[in-house]
Design a binder for this molecule. Structure first.
Ligand code: ATP
Length: 215
C-alpha cells in the first residue's frame, strides 16, 4: 500500500484493537484469520473489518483469510506514523477510566492506544482501548513504539512504574499522582495534581472573598 495514503479516522481508532487480537493470535501460533472470526472477537462487524483492511492493501485472500503476521507488520508501521501519536495509560481506576473516555483523538492527533493495570480490568476493552496486564507493559510499549505515558496509579507505586516506563523507552510522562517522580535527563514529566489545583483555587477564592467583604 501507499505509505502516504490516509487511513480514515474511524479505521485508525480500531487499529489498536485489531493489533491487540492479532498479537494474541500470533503468540498462540495462529497464522491466518477470517474477517468473520475477527468480527466475533472484536465485536466489529465483518463488513467493517473487510473495509478497514482494504485500506491496508490486498492482504486478504478469499477462502484463506488474512495473514496474521503480514497484518501485524503493517499495523506496527501505521501505528508508528506521525499522523497519530500513541499514548499509553497506566492505572485504569476512576481517573484513568475518565481519561479513556475523554476523546483526545477528536480534537488532536493523539490517542490512548494501550492501557495497563494490575486489576480485573485487564484483558477488557474500555472506550475502544485494550487493557493489558502490567507484565506486558515493556513489550507493548516497544512494539507499538509508544513514548508518552499517562500515570493514573496510586502514588505509592508511581516511582516504580515510572522507572519501568523509562526503561521501556518512554520520554514523556503526564503524572496525575501527587508524587514528584524522579526521571533521568532527557525524560520530561508534566505534573497534573487535580487536588492541588482545586485547593489553590479554593485558597484564592477564600482570600479574594476576605478582601472584598473586608472580613
Ligand atoms: P483513581 O485514583 O484513579 O480515582 P481508584 O481510586 O479507582 O482510582 P487507585 O487505588 O487510585 O484506584 O488505583 C488506580 C488504578 O491503578 C487502579 O485501577 C489500580 O488497579 C491500578 N494500580 C494499582 N497498583 C498498580 C500497579 N502497581 N500497576 C498498575 N496499576 C496499578
Amino acid at each position: 500500500m501507499d505509505e502516504q495514503a490516509k487511513i480514515p479516522r474511524a479505521t485508525a481508532k480500531r487499529l489498536p484493537i485489531y493489533y491487540r487480537y492479532l498479537t494474541f493470535l500470533n503468540d498462540a501460533g495462529t497464522n491466518r484469520i477470517s474477517s468473520a472470526e475477527l468480527a466475533e472477537a472484536t465485536k466489529f462487524d465483518a463488513a467493517t473489518i473487510r473495509r478497514d483492511f482494504s485500506y491496508f492493501g490486498a492482504l486478504g485472500k478469499r477462502g484463506y483469510g488474512y495473514d496474521v503476521e503480514a497484518l501485524l507488520e503493517f499495523f506496527a508501521k501505521v501505528l508508528d506514523q506521525n499522523s497519530l501519536i500513541n499514548v499509553a495509560l497506566i492505572g485504569v481506576g476512576h481517573l484513568g477510566q475518565a481519561l479513556l473516555n475523554f476523546n483526545f483523538h477528536q480534537s488532536s492527533n493523539m490517542r490512548i492506544a494501550a492501557a495497563f493495570d494490575i486489576n480485573e480490568n485487564r484483558g477488557k476493552i474500555l472506550s475502544g482501548v485494550p487493557i493489558y496486564d502490567m507484565s506486558e507493559l515493556e513489550e507493548q510499549i516497544k512494539a507499538q513504539r509508544i513514548n508518552i505515558a499517562i500515570l493514573t496509579v496510586p502514588q505509592g507505586v508511581a516511582q516504580e512504574i515510572t522507572d519501568t516506563l523509562v526503561a521501556a523507552g518512554v520520554k514523556g510522562i503526564m503524572n496525575f499522582t501527587p508524587l514528584r517522580v524522579s526521571v533521568p535527563k532527557g525524560v520530561r514529566v508534566q505534573n497534573v495534581d487535580l487536588t492541588n489545583e482545586l485547593q489553590t483555587l479554593v485558597y484564592f477564592i477564600q482570600n479574594y472573598a476576605s478582601i472584598t467583604t473586608g472580613k
